[in-house]
Design a binder for this molecule. Structure first.
Ligand code: HEC
Ligand code: HEC
Ligand code: HEC
Ligand code: HEC
Length: 235
């Protein structure tokens, strides 16, 4: 009796963990990210990712839609077959929902690539203050443990390679209508595209607050040619 109670309790605790209520990282939207990382935010504003919701409106990108056998006059901005890949964290905790659209989650923003930020963004603030005060560096490892993504590729694949026959193992419906069968230009090449700073955002010099692994494979390459940007604070 006693043992089965203990087991039932352990089971309930396991469920809480598995259902994500304990481990889940929440999406918060790009407002805070952009207020500290002003230059990246402004550069991102000019990208196709920032305007991804526009593309779902009637008459926008009509030729591309027709070619992909979509209706160019239809409003797809509230269509669950479409919205998921044109916003941040669709139907995830804190993420975009069709019922209550949040403008800071509209479009493919910071957290779609860098990971849901509710836990790690506070760590950036603290580490930045420590570095400013005493040049003390902080480990990237702690950010990765809090859900920040330093690899990117799987995240891109979930939108860009989500169609039947893409070779990406995670694929499941709804698929992207824009596949290489529709036009070769929709072929996704991670190593080429992730280096395209017009599509990600321009890169700006970091002070070096964070050190160690996991470091993105092109981090040093990007930093070697990075511009001097403008920083801000989130308050
Ligand atoms: C949440 C889904 C999503 C994620 C994650 C995502 N993308 Fe995209 N990407 C899109 C959508 C949607 C568009 C098309 C935007 C539009 O024109 O409406 C796009 C467009 C692009 C383009 C074309 C830009 C242009 O100028 O035509 C490139 C390049 C690109 N993405 C690369 C990447 C890379 C590299 C990653 C990962 C680091 C990534 N994307 C992550 C959804 C995503
Ligand atoms: C699985 C993710 C996914 C879904 C679902 C999805 N899209 Fe997209 N969409 C993308 C990606 C990725 C791109 C960028 C393709 C590229 O440029 O390589 C894109 C690009 C577009 C573009 C721009 C194409 C161009 O040539 O500029 C339009 C328009 C668009 N999507 C509309 C839609 C509509 C309408 C739906 C629903 C019927 C939809 N999308 C569903 C991922 C998705
Ligand atoms: C489509 C993917 C994508 C999106 C969207 C995106 N980033 Fe990035 N970001 C990257 C990549 C790739 C790097 C390079 C990582 C590295 O060098 O370690 C990067 C680097 C950075 C860096 C490090 C310094 C630099 O400039 O390289 C900061 C800070 C940053 N991003 C902030 C943001 C903010 C803020 C947003 C939203 C306004 C954003 N990012 C949106 C892909 C993205
Ligand atoms: C309170 C200000 C603040 C907020 C909010 C904030 N950051 Fe940062 N972030 C920093 C500071 C400070 C650093 C260290 C910069 C340096 O070394 O120059 C940093 C570093 C980074 C880096 C570089 C990590 C590396 O590999 O060195 C990325 C990427 C990044 N932030 C993205 C984001 C994203 C995405 C968000 C929103 C979810 C965000 N930040 C929110 C202040 C902030």
């Amino acid at each position: 009796m006693r043992q089965s109670m203990t087991l039932a309790l352990a089971g309930a605790a396991m469920l809480a963990v598995l259902s994500g209520s304990v481990l889940a990282d929440k999406y918060e939207g790009r407002k805070k990210c952009s207020s500290c990382h002003k230059s990246q935010g402004e550069s991102w504003d000019t990208t196709a990712h920032a305007k991804a919701m526009e593309s779902l409106k009637p008459k926008v990108k009509a030729a591309a839609k027709t070619k992909a056998k979509l209706d160019p006059n239809k409003d797809y901005t509230k269509d669950k077959e479409c919205v998921g890949c044109h916003v941040d964290g669709f139907n995830r905790e804190g993420g975009y929902t069709i019922a209550e659209p949040n403008k800071f989650l509209t479009g493919v923003g910071c957290e779609s690539c860098h990971g849901p930020g509710s836990k790690y963004r506070g760590m950036h603030r603290k580490a930045g203050a420590d570095f400013e005060k005493s040049k003390k560096t902080s480990p990237r490892k702690a950010l990765a443990d809090a859900g920040q993504d330093f690899d990117f590729e799987e995240g891109c694949n979930a939108c860009h390679l989500n169609y039947e026959g893409s070779g990406w193992k995670g694929n499941k419906k709804p698929y992207t209508p824009f596949t290489p069968q529709v036009d070769k230009k929709y072929t996704f090449d991670f190593k080429k595209y992730v280096r395209d700073s017009k599509a990600m955002h321009e890169h700006y010099k970091l002070d070096g607050t964070y050190t160690g692994e996991p470091k993105f494979m092109y981090h040093d390459e990007f930093q070697a040619t990075a511009k001097v940007g403008v920083k801000g604070s989130d308050d």
